[in-house]
Design a binder for this molecule. Sequence first.
Ligand SMILES: [Zn+2]
Length: 113
Amino acid sequence: MSIALSIVEAVDAKARQEGAGAISEITLVVGRLVGIEPEALRFCFPAAAKGSLAEDASLVIDEREGRGVCSSCGAGFPVLFYLAECPECRSLAVQVVSGNEFLIESITIEEGE
Ligand SMILES: [Zn+2]
C-alpha cells in the first residue's frame, strides 16, 4: 500500500508540475526480484489514487524477468533471487542484469483547463 501511495505522490507531483488536468496512464517497470506483487499493486492502486490526478489513470505494469550473468564463465541464465549460483560453473559471482528494476517508466497526462 505504501508503495502504491508513493507512486501516486510521485506521478501526481510530476503531472501538476506540467500543468496537467489528469493522468490517463501510468507505466511501471517492476522486476521479479524486487519483491513487489503486481497484483497487489493493482489492487491497492485505486484507493491510493483517490483524490489525486491519477484517480482515473490506468496502471500498466511491465514485468521483467530476473536474469543473471556469471562473472567467472560469462554464462547468462534466469535467476529467482539476488543471490544466485551459476548453473554452468557453480560460481556465486553472479551479476543480476535484469529483474531488479522498479521505476515509473512513463505517465500520460491530459491537458488542464
Ligand atoms: Zn559460471
